[in-house]
Design a binder for this molecule. Structure first.
Ligand code: CTP
Length: 411
């Protein structure tokens, strides 16, 4: 849905400017044409050359450049876009926007545009909390300026707190919402904090089912999608417990970690994490375990092959979705399918008793299992299907977090 859209990206001076380069890549991958304005401060952090290379376009920098003005006047620059995005939006640039100053190309374009404006603030925690900044933000929002973030966490200045620019994936989703006109109020665009006060339990990764002390049954799950979901829910303010099998993924920020190996341990950890408002089961739980794992390493020397008797593992999603008293109000599962994706996923949603199922095609060649990208078909509680565009797993997670926030806001 972003294909063919035009964005004017204003990059102001902040350490977060490097994330804007990643944002450009994400947007270009989605068929968006990006024209950029780099402020003098911005150019201290990213080079015009990298921005030009990634946007595959000229970078506009100077209000009084004769060449620029003859090629493309600043008024046209500000209007030949579907949306103006300011990332990072510094305290200084926001103050200029609030005051209506126009003393450089960025502020002039922002004053001259007739298009919606989305800002992604980034600054030190004290600057963000300052009454002047908060008053400017409130004024800009009353005027219809859209905002994404900032989030909380470790800031580049070494302090911790609010002020960290939204992640590129969050900004992409905010851009989509802004262009679809879903940008009203705090939700959908400025969703940081929308899940504050909500508790979530997320499962991720594979499980390892022991055969003997050295061998186990496992699968190829990387944990990338589950970890990204936990991170996205936490960014939106939820208190998240991530119950994960063994993975190489780093721990997501501000998430309570619970590391397990087997399906039964995963079930116990999920139960211990209740009550919760949201459960998202993204783990690739092994369906079977060896009924009696050997206490000693199985040896070849006795001749013949060991007979492994299997037993069925508990279905964690099914258990959570069918709890009598402590069922989380929203239970979400994934469906890994290799054919008939939507039909099987619909059936799976009914069988498991969960509210939503995110179906994905994991056939070899799609690169989903263990890969970076995912194509999701969401089946909701009314059995309706939403086809999501193929996207990175962080973006899928962000979209899910926003969808969850929207569901709680509507409830
Ligand atoms: N799931 C679970 N516990 C299990 C098996 C699966 O919680 N023992 C969850 C997964 O985390 C996922 C959903 O159930 O959210 C569907 O998993 P999937 O592997 O697609 O389905 P299965 O139940 O294993 O069914 P099948 O193998 O027949 O497709």
């Amino acid at each position: 849905m972003l294909d063919g859209k035009r964005i004017l990206l204003i990059v102001a001076g902040g350490v977060a400017a490097y994330k804007s380069l990643i944002l450009v890549r994400r947007l270009r991958e989605r068929g968006v044409s990006v024209r950029s304005v780099l402020t003098a401060g911005g150019a201290e952090f990213v080079t015009p050359l990298s921005l030009a290379a990634l946007t595959e376009d000229k970078v506009y920098r100077d209000l009084f450049s004769l060449t620029d003005e003859s090629e493309m006047g600043h008024i046209r620059l500000s209007r030949e876009a579907d949306l103006v995005v300011v990332a990072p939006a510094t305290a200084d640039l926001m103050a200029k926007m609030a005051a209506g100053l126009a003393d450089d190309l960025a502020s002039t374009a922002l004053l001259a545009t007739d298009k919606p404006v989305l800002i992604a603030p980034a600054m030190n925690v004290e600057m963000w909390g300052h009454a002047a900044t908060q008053a400017n933000i409130a004024l800009l929002e009353r005027r219809g300026v859209l905002r994404v973030g900032p989030g909380a966490g470790d800031l580049a200045c070494g302090e911790t707190g609010s002020g960290r620019m939204a992640e590129p994936e969050e900004i992409v989703v905010a851009i989509e919402n802004a262009l679809a006109g879903r940008a009203s109020g705090a939700l959908g665009v400025s969703a940081s904090g929308a899940l504050a006060g909500k508790r979530a339990v997320v499962t991720s990764g594979p499980t390892w089912e022991p055969i003997d002390p050295v061998r186990y049954i496992a699968n190829r799950s990387s944990g990338k999608q589950g970890h990204a979901v936990a991170a996205a829910l936490a960014r939106h303010g939820a208190e998240v417990t991530l119950v994960t099998g063994p993975t190489h993924e780093p721990d997501p920020a501000n998430v309570g970690m619970c590391r397990i190996e087997t399906a039964r341990e995963m079930l116990d950890a999920c139960m211990a994490a209740l009550p919760a408002d949201i459960a998202v089961c993204a783990a690739a739980v092994a369906d079977w375990r060896v009924r009696e794992a050997a206490g000693e390493k199985l040896k070849k020397e006795n001749g013949g092959l060991p007979a492994l008797e299997l037993a069925e593992n508990p279905d964690i999603l099914h258990r959570l979705a069918n709890l009598e008293n402590r069922r989380p109000p929203l239970v979400v599962g994934f469906a890994a399918e290799t054919g008939n994706v939507v039909a099987y996923a619909r059936e799976k949603r009914r069988r498991k008793g969960c509210d939503w199922i995110l179906a994905n095609d994991v056939s070899p060649g799609t690169g989903t299992f263990g890969g970076e990208r995912n194509t999701i078909h969401l089946i909701d509680e009314e059995d309706r299907v939403e086809h999501w565009p193929t996207a990175g797993k962080a973006e899928v997670a962000e979209r899910l977090a926003l969808r969850i926030a929207g569901r709680f806001a509507a409830a």
